[in-house]
Design a protein around this ligand. Structure first.
Ligand SMILES: [Zn+2]
Length: 136
């Protein structure tokens, strides 16, 4: 038994050294920035939400957009906020927390069920314009 144990230990040591020698430097995880889809794609996705809902929406590109943490994501894993949704809630509606302006990540903006764009469009109704600004 002692021999078996020693053999296993030796095996592990050898394997450890081998792995260590072969290990490549781990590449840094790309910043969320680098993972951003091209601005044209992002704008098209936002416009598609409005089209589906027959809502009035204007998307603009804000070259001075300073991305922060998305406030709609789970607080433990906030994505980078790259979309500013400026709603124009109909005052005749009685929404609990109408959306006037919020900066969220792209995913939280275009989510088909809970997205900020969807909420703003619902609250604006058919006669008000929702404005969306995206970072470049
Ligand atoms: Zn988010």
């Amino acid at each position: 038994m002692i021999t078996a144990q020693t053999t296993r230990q030796r095996c592990r040591q050898t394997l450890g050294a081998w792995l260590h020698g072969r290990r490549r430097p781990v590449e840094a995880t790309p910043a969320s920035w680098a993972l951003l889809a091209p601005v044209g794609d992002r704008v098209a996705e936002i416009e598609a939400v409005a089209e589906q809902m027959h809502g009035a929406l204007r998307v603009m590109i804000d070259p001075h957009f300073t991305p922060g943490a998305c406030t709609w994501c789970a607080p433990a894993r906030p994505e980078l906020a790259t979309v500013r949704v400026c709603g124009d809630p109909d005052p005749d509606r009685e929404d609990l927390k109408p959306l006037f302006a919020v900066e969220v990540c792209h995913r939280c903006a275009v989510n088909p069920r809970t997205g900020a764009v969807r909420q703003a469009l619902i609250e604006a109704g058919p006669h008000r314009l929702v404005e969306v600004e995206v970072c470049e």
